[in-house]
Every structure is written in structure tokens, then in C-alpha cells.
Design a protein around this ligand. Structure first.
Ligand code: SAM
Length: 292
């Protein structure tokens, strides 16, 4: 249990971590899948942690959610159908729905408790997104859903926990193979892929497991303050090798047409986010070499 005088220590990384002074415990429960904690912190506002790993905070959620939605949707240019795997807090859903051209969003979340708790304690994440008529919320394991899915999506976003427990299957080769099968011809798959400096093996695992199914498997990054240890890597997978090569004029024109407000995403940052540090590029290339 955590209580007011407690400190919440994140336990995701061995021997290194961040802590939060707990101003108020708002919710704590073992759900079917997780040990779910929600608490107030002076600096980051409301914080949600699952099994000792920070999932989202009121103050910095926009960075992660904007970069995992607007980059693939604006790169695609004509996205109509989107699939979100995970994303129980609703932040990803809200950003996708900002695009009026999106006609349908399916969101597959394994734990209904997370959705209900986040509607209650993080209303600003979803801001009514779950009630949008374009949304089809499915409570299921993302792997089970995608394995039997016959639909096709222009963008698939895997917004899941780290590759432990129920999240682990969402970093597997069968999951990636089925996601590719459910992408349209120019469809784009993105996924949270950990903080490259501390979790380089996650990057290499994704390259080895994803590359057999797509023409382009790469990464882009963003600095998310509470995903500690450096920039967060997002996996990028598509058969449309031009999808991450658009020029600034094209991205700017599409962004202006979308007419959405953002606090982190800009077309220039979109382009720059695909430039990787040498140690990440080398990790990707060495994993590619063992896959070829
Ligand atoms: N931004 C966070 C991060 O990068 O770790 C992810 C936030 S979101 C709360 C993660 C969601 O993934 C949780 O709601 C969790 O229940 C869901 N999840 C984990 N494994 C899943 C699975 N196999 N199928 C569907 N949802 C899953």
C-alpha cells in the first residue's frame, strides 16, 4: 500500500529509478491484470502506475499521446480507420479523434478496470473520447483480438505496458505478423518501444521480430519526462518506405489541413524525430544484420 506520507518508487529499472512524493492516494487496487495505483504528486499532478511502472501522468501525457498519433496519421495522409491496442487511459484515443478525417477507431484494452478508473481519475486524458460515435471499445487481449481480426486499418497503434505480464505478447512476432496482416497497403504500425538508453534490447527484439513482415522497420523518438533514462523510442513499421520520408512542406500542409491543436507535435519535430542517435542506429542495424 502507499499512503500520504509515502514515497512512490518506480521499480521498472534495476538499481535505478524515479520517485514521487504522494500528496494523496486516489486509488489503489489489484485488478484482474495489474496492481493499479493512482495518486496525486505536486509536480506531475495525477500519476498512474501499473505494477511499479509509471504509465501516465496528468502533466506530461500529451508528449507521448501526440507523438504516437499525429506522426503516423499525418505521415499516412489519408487515414480513415485506426486500431489502438491498449491505451486504457483514453489519451491516445482523444488525440486520434482530433482528426476529423478519421471515420472509425477500434480500441482493444485488456482491463476494463483501467478504462473505468481513468475515466474517473484522468478525465482530461479522454475528455469524452470514449463516447465519440466513431469509437468501438473492445475489452480483450490485443493478441487474441488481432489473431482473429479480419478488418484492415490504415494506422495501428500499440499503446501497451512494458513487455512483462499481459503486455509481453504485444511485443511478439505473432502479434507483429497479425498486425501487418491487418494493415492496409500503405498502413503504418507504431508502438511504444521503451527508453532506448535503458532498454536497447527492446529495440533489437522489435527489429528481429518485425522485420520479416514489413519493408520498413525503423524508430522515432520523443522526450517524455516520466519515461526516465533518455528519449522514448517508438517502433515504426510499414510497407510504404516513403511514409517517413515526406518533406516539411507536405507535413506542414497536412498538419494545417487537419487543423488540430498540439502542445508537443510540430511538422518539423515530426521529421526530426526519425533521426536516431548513433548508438540506437547501430543497435537497429546490428539487429537487422542478424535478421537478414
Ligand atoms: N503509456 C504507457 C506506457 O508507455 O507504458 C501505456 C499506458 S496504457 C495505460 C497501457 C495499457 O495497456 C493498460 O491499460 C493495459 O491494461 C493495456 N494492456 C497491457 N497488455 C495488454 C494486452 N495484452 N491487450 C490489451 N491491452 C493491454
Amino acid at each position: 500500500m502507499i499512503n500520504k506520507s509515502d514515497i512512490y518508487y518506480e521499480t521498472l529499472h534495476a538499481g535505478y529509478g524515479q520517485y514521487f512524493e504522494v500528496e494523496q492516494v486516489l486509488f489503489e487496487q489489484k485488478t484482474q491484470q495489474w496492481h493499479l495505483s493512482i495518486f496525486e504528486n505536486k509536480t506531475f499532478g495525477r500519476v498512474m502506475a501499473l505494477n511499479g511502472a509509471i504509465q501516465t501522468t496528468q502533466k506530461d501525457e500529451f508528449v507521448y499521446h501526440e507523438m504516437m498519433t499525429h506522426v503516423p496519421i499525418i505521415a499516412h495522409g489519408k487515414a480513415k480507420r485506426v486500431l489502438i491496442i491498449g491505451g486504457g487511459d483514453g489519451g491516445m484515443l482523444r488525440q486520434v479523434l482530433k482528426h476529423s478525417a478519421i471515420e472509425q477507431v477500434t480500441m482493444v484494452e485488456i482491463d476494463a478496470n483501467v478504462v473505468e478508473m481513468c475515466k474517473t481519475y484522468f478525465p482530461q486524458h479522454s475528455q469524452g473520447a470514449f463516447e465519440d460515435p466513431r469509437v468501438n471499445l473492445v475489452i480483450d487481449d490485443g493478441m487474441h483480438f488481432i489473431a482473429q481480426c479480419q478488418g484492415k486499418f490504415d494506422v495501428i497503434i500499440s499503446d501497451c505496458t512494458d513487455p512483462v505480464g499481459p503486455g509481453e505478447v504485444l511485443f511478439s512476432s505473432p502479434f507483429y505478423e497479425n498486425c501487418k496482416r491487418c494493415l492496409t497497403e500503405q498502413g503504418i504500425f507504431v508502438a511504444q518501444n521503451g527508453v532506448a538508453f535503458l532498454q536497447p534490447e527492446e529495440i533489437q527484439d522489435t527489429v528481429r521480430r518485425m522485420s520479416p513482415y514489413v519493408k520498413d522497420c525503423w524508430f522515432y523518438t520523443a522526450a517524455v519526462p516520466t519515461y526516465i533514462g533518455g528519449t522514448m523510442a517508438f517502433a515504426w513499421a510499414t510497407d510504404d518506405v516513403s511514409a517517413r520520408q515526406q518533406d516539411l512542406a507536405t507535413l506542414t500542409q497536412r498538419f494545417e489541413t487537419a487543423n488540430i491543436n498540439t502542445r508537443y507535435y510540430t511538422p518539423a519535430l515530426h521529421m526530426a524525430s526519425f533521426a536516431l542517435p548513433a548508438f540506437v542506429e547501430n543497435a537497429v542495424k546490428s539487429a537487422q544484420a542478424t535478421t537478414a
